[in-house]
Design a protein around this ligand. Structure first.
Ligand code: HEM
Length: 503
């Protein structure tokens, strides 16, 4: 009997060993496959198990952007293509417009990697930004009409009215000429504006402003957590993240964001029941999940997405304000244009905004130098053919718009703030993928026209109300201390000074 047990135990051990050896062999083969597939590309050759190539970039999060740029430019290539391993996952970093065209333009390359967008869904919800496959296609179809040209025409009046109130209040609050951070001021504006435009809800009266402040703080926390998490691959394991201090912070942020989104939906449902609803995204899209409608849960997720994504306009506006403060000649020219359009009688709000061509170039140049969604990513749905070599289906690809927008072949003297780069005669012949602040192709930003009109309205109102000069730590365009969490930002704040122009 004893001998039989010993034989059984030995067999079980041998089986376990064989399974482990097989798993190890598969793992080694998989690793070798990707190492070979990435070998034609510049970047570190050594990737350690679990941490990948993160050793090259370890350090405090508030200087991660500088360290990342140093790593890209300190290697064996020019930094435009770069291989790396995020934990156990191989990635290729692409920036050249010629390489991006095949990727972004293809209907087969729309899949967003769960390892990046899964954690992001903690605050964006499972909406358009993070969905994949058929669900993404259905949501995109349902939401597209909410951003149709005719709808934007109606939104323009709301943008203009709210922007004037915002600028006058800001000019009054910050009239002392002291240095202040613009970013915290604009958060409430973009949140209230999306409430009124996309959801047909008047911001302000019906909600407790503390809810909105808590919501804005919670989204800010969540954006920081995601970057922190990506740099700590062990926290990509959900169970480990949930039990970590960062996980607890995320859960709290998640709770606040969800509460806010649910309140929006309740208000909207009340409006619909009372038949006072405006024509926002929630109208006509509700029901049980199907071809042309979204279920209640899907709507909740889209509400979260649309509210959270407003941070992009808030950040871009903050960069634009700093750029206007730093470039007095640009600011004068933009203000002159605004006042000239103001003097034209009888124009509708949308026509006024459309006439602000120079201001539009100011915003485009701001987004060139500071594309706040500087990095976005895909999982290759099929092999991608690049000049250096082909890459294989399943590879993670990061697109780094910040670097694309500084490619000197398409953007001479790239560190100079020059809105006239976007004059039609200077744009002619430029590669269409040299400028991708809103991404491009089938997964481009659905809200880009909305964002441009809204941002133009804010800048026009500010230019009327105040003169801007640089604030503390923002005295030189080429020395702005940039960093990145989910979005690009200025470490130390988007600091400017105001002098009211009302008199
Ligand atoms: C300056 C402002 C904005 C910038 C720079 C920006 C940029 C981007 C970028 C780069 C993407 C692609 C992200 C990725 O592939 O992961 C994107 C997607 C998206 N954006 Fe924006 N965005 C802005 C404003 C807005 C606004 C105001 C809205 C809504 C009102 C919006 C809604 C969306 C949505 C829903 C997607 C996902 C589209 C899809 O995958 O089908 N964005 N945006």
């Amino acid at each position: 009997m004893g001998a039989v047990s010993a034989v059984l135990a030995l067999s079980a051990a041998a089986c376990a060993l064989a399974v482990a050896a097989l798993a190890l062999a598969r793992y080694v083969r998989w690793r070798l496959f990707w190492h070979r597939a990435l070998s034609p590309f510049p970047g570190p050759d050594l990737a350690l198990p679990v941490i990948g190539t993160l050793l090259h970039i370890l350090g405090p999060m508030d200087t991660i952007f500088e360290r990342g740029l140093r790593l890209l430019h300190g290697g064996d290539g020019d930094g435009s293509t770069f291989k790396f391993w995020l934990g156990e996952r191989p990635w290729l970093h692409l920036t050249r417009p010629e390489d991006l065209e095949g990727l972004l333009n293809s209907g087969k390359q729309t899949h967003k990697p769960e390892v990046v967008y899964g954690p992001v869904s903690g605050f964006f919800g499972r909406g358009l930004i993070t969905l994949n496959g058929e669900a993404w296609r259905r949501h995109r179809r349902v939401l597209t009409p909410a951003f149709h040209f005719a709808v934007l025409e109606r939104y323009s009046g709301i943008f203009t009215r709210r922007a004037a109130l915002f600028a006058d209040k800001l000019a009054e609050a910050e009239a002392g000429g002291h240095s202040f951070d613009f970013m915290p001021h604009i958060g409430a504006f973009v949140t209230d504006t999306v409430m009124e435009t996309a959801f047909g809800l008047q911001g302000g009266d019906e909600r407790d402003p503390r809810d909105r402040e808590d919501f804005i703080k919670a989204t800010d926390t969540a954006f920081k957590i995601i970057a922190d998490r990506v740099m700590k691959p062990w926290l990509m394991v959900d169970a480990m993240f949930r039990w970590s201090p960062l996980g607890a912070k995320q859960a709290e942020a998640d709770r606040v964001i969800n509460l806010y989104a649910q309140r929006v939906i309740r208000l909207k449902q009340k409006q619909i029941a009372g038949k006072t609803a405006g024509r926002g995204v929630l109208r006509g899209s509700s029901g049980s999940s199907g071809q042309g409608v979204l279920s209640d849960d899907e709507i909740l997720n889209e509400v979260r997405t649309l509210i959270a994504v407003q941070q992009t306009s808030a950040s871009t506006l903050s960069f634009a304000v700093v750029c206007l403060a730093l470039n007095a000649d640009v600011q004068r020219r933009a203000r002159a244009e605004v006042l000239a359009v103001d003097a034209e009688p009888g124009l509708a709000p949308l026509d006024r905004l459309n006439r602000l061509k120079y201001l539009e170039r100011v915003l485009k140049e701001t987004l060139r130098m500071y594309p706040i969604t500087a990095i976005f990513s895909r999982t290759l749905g099929e092999d991608l053919h690049l000049p250096a070599a082909s890459t294989k289906q399943g590879l993670g690809v990061t697109v780094f718009a910040y670097q694309t927008h500084r490619d000197p072949r398409h953007w001479p003297d790239p560190e100079r703030f020059d809105p006239d780069r976007f004059l039609p005669e200077r744009s002619a012949g430029r590669h269409p993928y040299a400028y991708i602040p809103f991404s491009a192709g089938p997964r481009n930003c659905i809200g880009q026209r909305y964002a441009m009109l809204q941002m133009k309205a804010v800048l026009a109102a500010l230019l009327r109300a105040a003169e801007l000069t640089p604030g503390e730590g923002c005295a030189r365009q080429d020395a702005l201390p940039l960093n990145m969490n989910t979005f690009l930002y200025i470490r130390g704040g988007f600091n400017v000074r105001l002098r009211g122009l009302s008199s």
